[in-house]
Design a protein around this ligand. Structure first.
Ligand code: AMP
Length: 187
């Protein structure tokens, strides 16, 4: 079962992805984590993207799509993908569809965790203290939220009329969101 978790930074995608990994034995595909690894390992990609990441801007579609391609075409992960933070642009959404078709896969469920700016700010402030992420200062948070809202509208439109699209109130408690997702997945 392939699943997309979609929603602004701080909506709880990562937490729900980890729950699904535990429950289903699937693979979490977090482009944020993959990009942070590139920076940590000081790769060529890492050097190119560090400023974008620290400023809360989106990384180039080509870079992100290439990272995702390796995962989608990995036979061990086929049909067991939980996308967390990807796709974020229309180009990425369309490329993902092509990659899935070419690897004989589809998206079974899309979950949009919808949450207000106020709640996201509170949550990211908490996460900043716990995880000490360098891109988590308040200005970056606001920039990331605004970038997200501007850029992902077309992605939301692209997915929202599909039959496998589900909107969930991301302001609910973690367990409540998990229950809603599990009910829809019937797991
Ligand atoms: P995240 O951990 O998903 O909140 O992502 C952290 C940062 O990584 C974002 O603010 C972007 O700079 C970058 N990033 C993550 N995923 C993507 C993506 N799909 N497209 C472009 N940039 C991304």
């Amino acid at each position: 079962m392939n699943i997309i978790l979609f929603g602004p930074p701080g909506a709880g995608k990562g937490t729900q992805a980890k729950n699904l990994v535990k429950k289903l034995g699937n693979y979490q595909v977090s482009t944020g984590d993959m990009l942070r690894d590139e920076i940590k390992n000081e790769t060529n990609i890492g050097k190119k993207i560090i400023n974008y990441m620290n400023e809360g801007k989106f990384v180039d579609d080509d870079i992100v799509n290439k990272l995702i391609k390796k995962v989608v075409f990995d036979p061990q992960k086929n049909g067991r993908l939980i996308f967390d933070g990807y796709p974020r642009t229309l180009d990425q959404a369309k490329k993902l569809d092509l990659m899935l078709t070419d690897s004989d896969q589809k998206i079974n469920f899309i979950f949009f965790l919808n949450v207000s700016k106020d709640i996201i700010i509170q949550r990211i402030e908490k996460r900043k203290i716990i995880e000490r992420r360098s891109d988590d200062d308040l200005n970056t948070i606001l920039k990331r939220y605004d970038t997200y809202m501007e850029t992902t509208k077309p992605v939301l439109n692209y997915y929202s009329n599909k039959t496998n699209f589900n909107e969930i109130d991301g302001g609910l408690k973690i367990m409540e969101i998990t229950d809603k997702i599990n009910n829809i997945l019937k797991v």
